[in-house]
Design a protein around this ligand. Structure first.
Ligand code: ADE
Length: 259
């Protein structure tokens, strides 16, 4: 998959993405990162890319033409097709795992990073296919959000993670959070590894992990649990667990009140 990142800070993007797993995936040919400097397409004396907004208001806007020419250069490079083009903005749809999966099917993806107070609306209308936010807060530019997207999408591309199954089974698969994990030592400062994990009984281990995922999702992200698909057997087990634990909570708080 080829990521084309239109930015005023290409080094920021290149330097970050050349490290760790994305860097290794680039070297192995699973993906490419093409950081395009929008300033290279500012054909004026001072290579400026921003100007005052019509109608007044605070700050500067990125002008339409350099952004458009940078986009056209990418389009030409990939044979004239109009690739999916994401504008990173707090006004976009909030990024999630499902979107990462969908984007990972693309051959080419343009990520457009804004700065200052944003970008002239006319070029956005012309080139943008998707508006994406990474959460309800405002950052100084689109580079960090673009890198968040590259990271989340890359790990879904076959071959990028050594272990292909791990991308499938981690958090958010089936809207359940990942179960707790343990490594050596078996006893760490008096805290023991759950015995089932040492039993070697694979079916029991699988069942325990699935149950832990359900409990964890219930406790930390109840909104996700509503969207998950539990089997009939799991539903029964969970309602039993809930009644036992609600009883326990009730009797715990009763004895606290009596103390
Ligand atoms: N640019 C500035 N803030 C952003 C956010 N929260 N998500 C995506 N792009 C942004």
């Amino acid at each position: 998959m080829n990521f084309h990142i239109l930015t005023l800070f290409p080094e920021m993007v290149q330097n970050t993405l050349k490290t760790s797993i994305t860097g290794r995936a680039v070297n192995a040919g699973h993906l490419s990162i093409n950081a395009v400097n929008i300033r290279d397409y500012a054909f004026n004396k001072h290579q400026s890319v921003d100007d005052y907004p019509y109608g007044g208001g605070a700050g500067m806007l990125m002008q339409a033409e350099p952004v458009y020419l940078a986009y056209e250069a990418v389009k030409e490079k990939i044979g004239g097709r109009r690739p999916r083009t994401v504008y990173l903005s707090p006004q976009g749809n909030v990024f999630n795992q499902k979107m990462a999966e969908e984007f990972s099917e693309e051959e080419d993806l343009i990520l457009l990073c804004g700065h200052y107070e944003g970008i002239d609306e006319r070029v956005l209308e012309e080139i943008v296919t998707d508006y994406v936010s990474i959460g309800d807060y405002v950052l100084t530019g689109g580079e960090l959000p673009a890198m968040v997207m590259v990271d989340a999408i890359s790990r879904l591309i076959p071959g990028v993670l050594h272990n292909d199954v791990s991308a499938e089974f981690e958090s958010f698969q089936d809207n359940l959070l990942e179960y707790p994990q343990y490594s050596r030592p078996e006893d760490w400062r008096g805290k023991k590894v759950p015995p089932v994990l040492l039993s070697g009984h694979h079916a029991n281990i699988e069942r325990w992990r699935r149950e832990q995922s359900i409990i964890r999702t219930y406790e930390r992200r109840p909104d996700l649990l509503k969207k998950s698909c539990l089997t009939e057997k799991e539903r029964l087990w969970f309602s039993q667990w809930l009644s036992e634990n609600n009883e326990k909570t009730r009797s715990d708080s009763k004895s606290e009140n009596e103390d």
